[in-house]
Design a protein around this ligand. Structure first.
Ligand code: IMP
Ligand code: MG
Length: 181
């Protein structure tokens, strides 16, 4: 285990079960869709998305957007900036499934789903690995959720603290002293 980790919240085995279960649900719900697009939100969703997409047994495309809502620390700024947009001319044909690492205030996904609907996507749904419902500032419910967690800042499996820890294979809580370093 990494030296900065206090506690592992979701092990590799647990994450494997979560992604398998989500993939089966998604596969079943989208079996009539000919144009499923998995849309990963960089960078936090990449590990989750790459595991998830290998388990969804149907034709689909992938794409990415990059938005920023967080500064370098653990507190949200609440402002959403699109840093990398989705440049596609076939939006009206696409059933978009936005893939996110975690929902906190709800601002990122409520903004993004509105944005994609207004842009003309055929349908827009969301899948998140983690949800912290107690932190919500705007009303938002994901269509698919891997696990609900308490109000703790977590890292690993794509999630970062100040850009570190994304490559850990599990989801974990950092030791408090890491934040005061
Ligand atoms: P929201 O717009 O407040 O829902 O923010 C969601 C984004 O905040 C996520 O995509 C993450 O990038 C970041 N975030 C929220 N909570 C955590 C956490 O516990 N660890 C790492 N990143 C987090
Ligand atoms: Mg993120």
């Amino acid at each position: 285990m990494h030296n900065d980790i206090k506690e592992i919240l979701l092990s590799e085995e647990k994450l494997d079960q979560i992604t398998t279960k989500l993939a089966k649900k998604i596969e079943n719900d989208y079996k009539d869709s000919k144009n499923l697009l998995l849309l990963g939100i960089l960078k936090g969703s990449v590990v989750f998305m790459s595991d998830l997409m290998k388990k969804i047994d149907m034709p689909m495309q992938i794409d990415f957007m990059k938005v920023s809502s967080y500064g370098s620390g653990t507190k949200t700024t609440g402002k959403i900036n699109i840093i990398l947009d989705l440049h596609r001319n076939d939006l009206t044909k696409l059933d978009i499934l936005v893939v996110e690492d975690i929902i906190d205030s709800g601002k990122t996904l409520s903004y993004l789903t509105e944005y994609l609907k207004l842009a003309g996507a055929r349908s827009v749904k969301t899948v998140t690995l983690l949800d912290k419902p107690s932190r919500r500032e705007v009303e938002f419910e994901p269509d698919y959720c891997g696990a609900t967690i308490p109000d703790e800042f977590v890292v690993g499996y794509g999630l970062d603290y100040a850009e570190n820890y994304r490559t850990l294979p599990y989801v974990a809580i950092l030791k408090p002293e890491v934040y005061t370093k």
